[in-house]
Design a protein around this ligand. Structure first.
Ligand SMILES: C[S@@+](CC[C@H](N)C(=O)[O-])C[C@H]1O[C@@H](n2cnc3c(N)ncnc32)[C@H](O)[C@@H]1O
Length: 264
């Protein structure tokens, strides 16, 4: 069954407005937004946001800052979840070809980190079968709720384990995972060091970490710059945390498939 048939729990009257807003947030240039707040207003807003994050680890940071010379992208809110199931996605991202590049086998234990509503998790679940496992994690409780409902409707509860994580704790079991995939997620991680160290701990020795990222080297990929990454930047950040670069597969039209390995 296609993912486009999955039922989303978003209020219908607001759905098209939300979808349009969040599609614009990722696809449109910055100039299409309203006026920037004045610096004094922005400072107060940033401080309030920082205080909120301390209170609630699932609150999204208003200003995620930079990491190793790269602007960290704001997290894509659950209000834009319909964009993850847009009709053009299959042609743009070719999810089955992407999964072919991973050479998964039945029985593998996989983590889909930043799973959103489960677009990739359900496809991977079919590859690893009932003897395998897919931990599907996300920092937004609302995404996890939609993911759970989708898994139920596709009868994949025995294979997919929905897991609410935080920006600093992956909530994955230690040393159990064969492969971790992050589809259009890593560039949004507000705490990349903690996230990468947590993912390394969760992998088996020799296990793989795969980043799917829109190519920043290609100006024709119609995605906002902070939601894209170059191969060089991804390698710089991930190798600094002790991963070995294995290869970059370029079979997809818009995205890198960057494969790293946890040393044996
Ligand atoms: C652009 S969406 C992609 C969702 C999904 N991977 C897909 O391709 O359909 C990015 C997702 O990553 C999640 N996310 C952002 N930072 C995260 C982190 N540090 N750990 C886990 N999930 C994160 C967001 O909440 C959001 O659901």
């Amino acid at each position: 069954m296609g993912m486009y048939k999955m039922g989303l729990k978003i209020c219908r009257p607001y759905q098209s407005i939300c979808l349009l807003m969040f599609a614009l947030a990722i696809v449109a240039p910055r100039s299409s937004f309203g006026q920037e707040p004045k610096p004094s207003q922005k400072k107060v807003a940033d401080r309030k946001a920082a205080e909120k994050v301390e209170e609630d680890p699932h609150q999204l940071p208003a200003n995620p800052g930079t990491f190793m010379g790269r602007a960290i992208a704001p997290v894509m809110s659950y209000l834009g979840a319909d964009w993850l199931l847009r009709e053009t996605r299959e042609a743009e991202e070719q999810p089955e070809q992407m999964i072919d590049a991973l050479s998964l086998k039945a029985g593998d234990v996989v983590a889909d980190v930043g799973a959103g509503v489960g677009y990739t998790s359900v496809r991977i679940a079919k590859r690893v079968g009932s003897s395998g496992k897919v931990y599907a994690t996300d920092i937004q409780p609302q995404m996890i709720r939609m993911l759970k409902s989708n898994i139920r409707s596709m009868k994949l509860e025995k294979v997919i384990i929905p897991t609410l994580c935080t920006a600093t704790e992956t909530k994955l079991p230690s040393g159990e995972i064969d492969l971790i995939i992050m589809v259009d997620v890593y560039h949004e991680c507000s705490n990349p060091i903690e996230t990468l160290q947590g993912l390394k701990k969760a992998l088996k020795p020799g296990g793989r970490l795969v980043l799917i990222e829109f190519r920043a080297e290609d100006p024709d990929v119609p995605i906002r710059p902070e939601h894209k990454m170059t191969l060089a930047q991804a390698r710089k950040e991930v190798e600094a945390q002790g991963f070995k670069f294995q290869k970059n597969d370029e079979r997809l039209p818009w995205q890198h498939i960057i494969i790293f390995q946890k040393p044996e």
